[in-house]
Design a protein around this ligand. Structure first.
Ligand code: GN1
Ligand code: MG
Length: 354
């Protein structure tokens, strides 16, 4: 995106310093994210929010701001300025909303960039897995007393397996013959796993798993770490809403324990790393073991399998729908992502028996 576009949008916000340069951060599949460097000691993240995926952007931004404020309220002894570098902090636009809506156009929001932080697409160090588990535990603890009725359901039925199977079934109806042929092997796996993959959904629907405030997009690249592997905070709170902890535990494991990126096409590189699973679980339980129910604990391994599967299913569905949801970089990108996740399920099942 041209510098003048970025500058003019950035200048709609009450930032403290002037634009110096920007670069795009390409890890997300939904929003467009830019790091804006300034001439001062605070840099910013500028984000264009995808309005096709997120129908109520002001509601979404409000969710994110409320969540951050709630977390910040737990650290009364830390000064705002320091807190802004360890908890996500949103910057108001000049009209004092936390977003800027260009007339008939896009929605944008700005956050303070957390200095000296790094993210990981692939985990190469057990310590990251352990610290990642602690971070999620902290996030769930810090938000456990947050009144979830204040939050809108950003994407209704986001991790609802019945809904995802319905979407998938309709994608099969409308898919092109060539895509159906390429997806054939996976269509059978989706049928074979159907019953098991509804276990958590059924328990949730039966009220057997407590509803908590959950993050819902805990892939490891959504956690910030220091350069020496300590967790700072979880980012990308677009999908914070009521849910079950299995969503968060499972989605984190899906990405931490994959020995390759989620779109690696050489499937011989894709395997489930059991050591990282144990490390993540250890960090997570260190923070949460006293607050989880027996049912929650019992289904953590199945949560991992279920969340790998739901992403496989969503990538496959989007492939059959001709790529209308996720950003793709080439023709079969979504199919490759789905294949990768199905391979991960296979490897998971060799390492963990449920
Ligand atoms: C999307 O927004 P981003 O890129 O962090 C998706 C997640 C998937 C993820 C797969 C709103 O996350 O559910 O797990 O891609 N977010 C939405 O990488 O659909
Ligand atoms: Mg996200």
């Amino acid at each position: 995106m041209k510098a003048e576009t970025i500058i003019s949008i950035f200048n709609e916000f009450n930032h403290q310093f002037n634009y110096k340069s920007h670069s795009e951060l390409n890890s997300g599949h939904i929003n467009d994210t830019f790091l804006v460097k300034t001439d001062g000691d605070t840099n910013y993240i500028l984000q264009r929010i995808n309005q096709v995926v997120f129908k109520d952007v002001p509601g979404l931004v409000n969710n994110k701001v409320l969540t951050s404020n709630h977390i910040k309220s737990k650290f009364t002894e830390i000064l705002d300025e320091a807190l802004n570098k360890t908890v996500l902090s949103f910057v108001k636009a000049k009209n004092s909303d936390f977003y800027y809506h260009k007339e008939n156009g896009n929605f944008w929001n700005v956050m303070i960039f957390i200095d000296n932080s790094v993210t990981h697409e692939i985990v190469k160090d057990e310590e990251i897995a352990f610290e990642g588990g602690k971070l999620l535990g902290d996030f769930l603890n810090l938000t456990s007393d947050f009144d979830s009725s204040l939050l809108i359901d950003v994407i209704p039925n986001f991790h609802n397996m019945n809904f995802r199977y319905r979407q998938y079934a309709s994608s099969i109806q409308s898919a092109s013959k060539s895509r159906l042929i390429k997806a054939a092997k996976y269509i059978q796996i989706v049928i074979d796993l159907k019953e098991e993959m509804h276990t958590l959904q059924n328990l949730k629907d039966a009220g057997k798993i407590p509803i908590r405030v959950t993050h819902n997009d805990t892939k490891i690249s959504n956690s910030l770490f220091t350069k020496d592997n300590k967790g700072i905070c979880m980012i990308d709170t677009d999908t914070v809403m009521p849910g079950i902890i299995h969503y968060d535990f499972g989605d984190a494991i899906r990405t931490i324990c994959n020995t390759a990126a989620e779109d690696e096409i050489d499937l011989s590189k894709v395997a489930f790393n059991l050591r990282y699973y144990k490390a993540y679980e250890k960090g997570f339980l260190e923070k949460t073991k006293d607050s989880l129910t027996l049912t929650e604990l019992k289904y953590l391994p199945l949560a991992a399998k279920t969340m790998i599967f739901i992403m496989a299913l969503r990538f496959l569905t989007d492939y059959l729908n001709n790529d209308i949801y996720y950003k793709t970089e080439y023709e079969d990108h979504n199919l490759d992502r789905a294949k990768n996740q199905f391979k991960l399920i296979e490897s998971f099942s060799e390492k963990i028996s449920i």
